[in-house]
Every structure is written in C-alpha cells, then in structure tokens.
Design a protein around this ligand. Structure first.
Ligand SMILES: CC(C)(COP(=O)(O)OP(=O)(O)OC[C@H]1O[C@@H](n2cnc3c(N)ncnc32)[C@H](O)[C@@H]1OP(=O)(O)O)[C@@H](O)C(=O)NCCC(=O)NCCS
Length: 515
C-alpha cells in the first residue's frame, strides 16, 4: 500500500454528485441520463435511501433480452440492496472490497442515506495495487503506473528512495566496482562470476561478437537503405535479420539452454552491429572486435580503430552497466509481452528496440545535449526553460515515472562527468540546477529531477561517441537486461493479455447495408 493510503478514507476521493434514479423509472429514462452524464452506473434511491444499483451491464442485458426499455422498470433490473461503504472506510479496504466482489462502484452511505459514490478508479489513485485473483475485473491506472504485473528476480527500482538493484546488489555499486562482463554474468546466471567463470563466459560470448557471414554481407545494404540514417532503425533491422538467418525458434519450442544461447548471441553481436552500420553509412569499413579489449573499450575501438583512453572506456562502461536493467520499463515490458506469446528471442529484442526508440524512453540523451546547445549560455537558461514549459514541452533528461527524488543513475553519471571534467560538464551542472529550480516553481509538487539521460549525453559526448549513437549505446547494454527478462519470462510463462474498457458508441448497432 502506498504511504498515505492507510489513513485516507473514502470521503477523500468519492464523488459527491451521484447520479440517481427512482425504482419506478423506466430503463430508457435511466440509461439516457447515464449516457448524458457519461457514467457507468446509477444508484437507485427511495427518497435518499439506497435500494439498488443499475449498471451499464444491466442496461445491455435488458436490451439483449428484447424487453422494451421504455416499459421495463429500473426496479426489475437493478441489483437490489447493493453493498455499500461508509465515508470513513479506509480506501484500501474499499479497494479490496471492489476487487473481491468484482464491482466497479460502491455507493457511500451515512445513516442509511446516500452521500457519494466511490469507484475503482477513485481508490486506485491512492492505493498501491497488489496482484489480485481476477485482474480482468480491475481498472488499471493510466500508463499502468504502480501496477505490479509480474514477479521478477532480475532487479527492481525503488523510486521514493532513489535506489535500484540488479538481483541483490546495488546497481550503482556494481557500476563502481565491477566490469560489464561481470554484471552481464550476474544478470544471466543469477550470481557474480568467480575468476574462472568470468574467463569461460568471456570466451563463450566472444565467439558471437561477429555477425554471421551471410548477415555481414547484407549490412552495407541496411546502412544505405534509409534516406536518412537512423542507427537504431538500422540496428533493429539487422537484429531481425540475424534472428531469421540463424533460425531462432519460438521460445515455446526450445530448451532453456538454446534460448540462453540465442540471448548470448544477440547481446554479444549488438555492439558490433551498431558500429559496423555506423561506419558503413559513413563509407568506412567496419572494424573487427579487438580480442585484447574489455567490452566497452572494444565498443569505442570499433568506432575509430584506435584503442581508447582507459578513462573514456571506463566512463562508457559505467554508463553501460548503469543502464543494463531498470525494472519494468516500457522496452523490458515489451520484450516480456512478446516472449509471453512464445515468440522467438529475436522478435522480443526487435520489439524492445522499437519501444526504446521513443523520445520518452531512450531517445532523450541526444535531445538533452541539443537543449544544452540551444540554451548556449547559463544566463539564457531560465527564460528558455520557462518558455518551453509554458508551451507545454517536456524538458528532455528530466522527470521520471518511478523516481520522485534524484535518479541514482544521474547522480552517478554526474560524478563520472565531473571526473572527466571540462567546460561542458560545468555548464550542464548549472543548467541542471536551473531546470530543477524552474520546474519546482512551474510544476510544484511533481518532484522533477534530472534522469539518467541528462548526464548520459554529457558523458558519451566527452568520450567521443557521436550523438546519433547515444540511443544505440543505451540499447547495447539494455539488451542484456531485456534478455535476462526474456529468459525469466520464458522459464515461467503465462501469456500477457490484459483487457481494455470499451468507451466507444454503445454496441450493437445494426450494420447498415452497403450503399
Ligand atoms: C519520463 C517521463 C516520460 C515520465 O512521464 P510520466 O510518469 O507519465 O509523468 P507525466 O508526463 O504525467 O508528468 C507529471 C507532470 O510533470 C510534468 N513533467 C514531467 N516531466 C517533465 C519534463 N521533463 N519537463 C516538464 N514537465 C514535466 C508533466 O507535464 C506533468 O505535469 P502536469 O501535472 O501539469 O500535467 C516524463 O517525465 C518525460 O517526458 N520526461 C522527458 C523525457 C525524458 O527525459 N525521458 C527519459 C526518461 S529516462
């Protein structure tokens, strides 16, 4: 239960303007008023005493039975003596009662008289939703915010505390102390590797770093296909091609071992695909992976052919570790939904890349840097931000669905940026402060802070990664998290298939004959 929900009562959230009907009214009269007020139920009262409730479902049943709604009486079709709650009932208790009975509304009564109506939606604004036995009877909050839809051992995010973890370890501590390969092993195998396990794992994954020969031959065509080169689109196409060329089978039909092999192959090849496609588009030959280098040093190496500055390699590695996984974000959820159908791992990763490409998810770091360019000087910042927010624009790199305090990734990356130093870093820090202060004034109570994307752009820029590779670099590490989630979903699967509330014109309308 969310903090605060324990003490809040139905009186805090109920509607006081309740649509009522008398038992002697006709169904047609009552349903017309429901339509006009756009509500799904009407409370039936005798004077102000609650005697029944009539819902849309009841109205549909009347229509389906063929009874004339202008004659049928409310009293004949309503649910008599409905369960009610009092206005001092705790919200969580009202929520539980709605869920258990499969109701959408409870009339609220005082001394037997109607004083309000509380809906599932009202209670969910404050109650933290726990999995229930009949989720199809529940209204989920918009954007599925706060809704628990699965159990996972991969990791989690605690938004109020500004903390996230991979398995049982603090993710920021992992980024400070471990290599990307170690964290990758942790995500796939459930534990940090011993020296021997690490060596074996690196050897195993390195055999997949090169794209298969038949795909390699097609990469120049992919890199040149778009009128405008969008690296993430090219990557998604190449990943799809690999899964097809390598005959990835539906997860439903293969063993755990084969699915893990698919996962390792796709995760290992993605960095090479990103850099090969980028270079090919610039008319340059792809550079083969360097067996001497660790994951992130090799990533930078494949961009230029030069062994990178170790500080740059470590900074990119810390960024990549910090973005491997992050709870049930949109792309991870996408990967799990696709896997839940039993589809192959390639399909799930392609779908996840698509979800990541959106500016509200992974497409923000280059936009955050574009914003720094557009602001130009610290003294322009406040006016620029005010203008953007007043126009209804979002400030890229700020705000988060889960964090309502500092995003620990942004705190860590600010530290990495400071270590790298330079004018742009100081400028970014000033802008961060101005954005946070201005948003606190213009959007009070929303708790908007820098998210991972803000300093990610600054760090990647400093390490020589071009802006167009920012989101692909995010994908290069997040693929490990997607794959860990895919393996977990496939190991204990049930198809993810929710429901939607139909809010269009009431059916069934007779289908007109064609003109
Ligand atoms: C991350 C994000 C998508 C979360 O969205 P969400 O949980 O649906 O939050 P909402 O969009 O409902 O935001 C809540 C309120 O804060 C405001 N807000 C959120 N992020 C904002 C931002 N970056 N700039 C200005 N206002 C912002 C919203 O306008 C809204 O205000 P309102 O109550 O007046 O309508 C959103 O903060 C955002 O678009 N940020 C910018 C893009 C970005 O950096 N994405 C990378 C995420 S890691």
């Amino acid at each position: 239960m969310a903090e605060g929900a324990r003490t809040r009562t139905v009186a805090d959230v109920m509607s006081r303007q309740v649509l009522t009907a008398s038992p002697s009214e006709t169904i047609a009269e009552a349903s017309q008023r429901m339509n006009e007020r756009k509500v799904g139920s009407v409370v039936v009262t005798d004077d102000t005493r609650v005697v029944g409730i009539l819902t849309e479902r009841d109205v549909v049943n009347v229509a389906a039975s063929g009874v004339d709604t202008t004659i049928a009486k409310v009293s004949e079709w309503m649910s008599a003596d409905p369960d009610t709650v009092s206005s001092d009932t705790e919200i969580s208790v009202a929520f539980q009662s709605l869920v258990e009975h499969g109701y959408r509304h409870h009339p609220v009564v005082e001394d037997g008289h109607l004083v309000g109506l509380v809906s599932m939606r009202d209670t969910m604004r404050v109650a933290h939703i726990q999995p229930v036995e009949h989720p199809s009877q529940m209204d989920a909050p918009r954007g599925l915010e706060g809704l628990i839809v699965a159990e996972t051992e991969v990791g989690d995010v605690r938004g109020q505390e500004g903390f996230y973890h991979y398995r049982q370890y603090n993710a920021v501590e992992l980024a400070e102390k471990r290599s990307l390969e170690d964290v990758w092993y942790l995500l796939f195998e459930g534990e940090l590797p011993t020296k021997e396990q690490r060596e074996r794992f690196i050897e195993e994954k390195n055999q997949y770093r090169q794209p298969p020969e038949n795909v390699k031959q097609l990469l120049p065509a992919i890199a040149a296909a778009g009128e405008r080169f969008t690296p993430l689109d090219a990557l998604r196409t190449a990943v799809s091609l690999i899964a097809y060329a390598e005959d990835f089978k539906p997860s439903l039909d293969i063993s755990k071992e084969e699915l893990r092999k698919n996962a390792l192959q796709i995760s290992a090849v993605i960095p090479s695909l990103i850099m090969s496609l980028y270079r090919l588009n610039k008319g340059l030959e792809p550079i083969d992976p360097n067996p001497e280098l660790g994951y992130s040093a090799n990533y930078l190496y494949m961009l230029t052919g030069e062994v990178p500055d170790p500080d740059h390699a470590r900074a990119v590695e810390q960024y990549q570790i910090s973005t491997i996984d992050h709870g049930f974000n949109a792309s991870t959820f996408t990967a799990r939904v696709i896997t839940s159908t039993g589809a192959d791992l390639g399909s799930a990763v392609v779908g996840a890349i698509g979800a990541l490409s959106g500016p509200l998810h992974g497409g923000a770091p280059s936009r955050a840097l574009d914003m720094l360019d557009a602001i130009g000087k610290p003294e322009n910042a406040e006016a620029w931000i005010r203008n953007a927010v007043e126009k209804g624009d979002k400030i890229m790199g700020f705000g988060h669905r889960v964090y309502k305090t500092d995003d620990p990734r942004s705190v860590m990356l600010r530290g990495v940026a400071e270590r790298l130093g330079g004018e742009n870093v100081e400028f970014a820090k000033q802008i961060e402060k101005t954005v946070v202060d201005t948003l606190a004034e213009l959007k009070p109570g929303r708790k908007l802070y820098a998210n991972v994307e803000f300093y990610a752009g600054v760090v990647m820029d400093k390490c020589g990664l071009p802006r167009e590779l920012f989101t692909p670099t995010f994908a290069s590490s997040r693929v490990i998290g997607w794959c860990a989630n895919i393996l977990e979903q496939a190991a204990d699967n049930r198809i993810i298939r929710p429901s939607a509330r139909y809010v269009g014109p009431p059916p069934p309308v007779p289908v007109p004959d064609p003109e």
